[in-house]
Design a protein around this ligand. Structure first.
Ligand code: NI
Ligand code: MN
Length: 229
């Protein structure tokens, strides 16, 4: 069984998890790299790492249209419930839950989290996803590198999604340290190229990942996919 990963631009991804459609941080409206129309996306689950507008994105509209379950922290779920999204599952750092076709464990992320309307959004998170066939993916969210990424690496990660944009999150240099801590087989860069403040050259980054780490970089164009077989 496989996981097909499509980059929608920024930190937004559409995943086909062994036949089940999943979205992560579906920021499309207002995303200059948006590779999909939010009205066309299917979702059984939407995972939301934190409340910032460039991650919350089109979550409310997609959840209302599809009835997808939204998995996020307690404060985000409360806000969603108050904004017409009833189907939510709240978690927090260290907590895992089996959603049937995917187990999701919340991790810490070193960042901040507030909604575009100013409401407090709880602690920002990352996620460790495990599929029934045992594939394990780590979505870091928006974060600095931190030493406990070594503990995340102890989970044995097949594929990691890491921000490389710098300015708001770790940049390319620190992402190399993160990769050494996490030890994934594959790594997909995100949260770059969207705005001038996060402009980075992913091919330079990929060259350094190849020469300085044991991971294989997977650089996607917006709309392109990679299948983890
Ligand atoms: Ni953020
Ligand atoms: Mn962000």
């Amino acid at each position: 069984m496989s996981v097909k990963i499509t980059w929608l631009g920024h930190s937004a991804f559409a995943l086909d998890m062994e036949g089940h459609p999943v979205l992560i941080d579906p920021f499309l409206t207002g995303n200059p790299l948006a590779a999909a129309d939010p009205n066309d996306l299917a979702a059984e689950i939407i995972f939301l790492s934190h409340a910032h507008g460039d991650h919350l994105g089109d979550t409310v509209a997609i959840a209302k249209r599809t009835g997808a379950l939204v998995v996020a922290n307690f404060e985000i779920c409360n806000w969603l419930n108050a904004h017409g999204v009833a189907n939510t599952h709240a978690g927090n750092s260290g907590g895992g839950w089996n959603h049937g076709f995917v187990h999701c464990k919340f991790t810490v992320a070193h960042h901040s989290s507030s909604f575009p309307d100013g409401t407090y959004g709880g602690n920002p998170c990352g996620f460790i996803f495990t599929t029934p066939s045992g594939k394990r993916l780590y979505f870091a969210g928006d974060t600095d590198v931190f030493g406990d990424m070594q503990l995340i690496g102890d989970h044995v990660i097949d594929l990691a999604f890491l921000p490389i944009g710098d300015n708001y999150t770790m940049g390319p240099e620190d992402s190399l340290l993160a990769i050494k801590y996490i030890r994934p087989r594959f790594v997909i860069p995100m949260h770059y190229m969207t705005f001038p403040a996060v402009d980075q050259d992913a091919s330079d980054w990929a060259n350094r990942v190849n020469s300085e780490t044991t991971a294989q970089p997977i650089v996607l164009d917006p709309g392109a996919s990679y299948t983890l077989a």
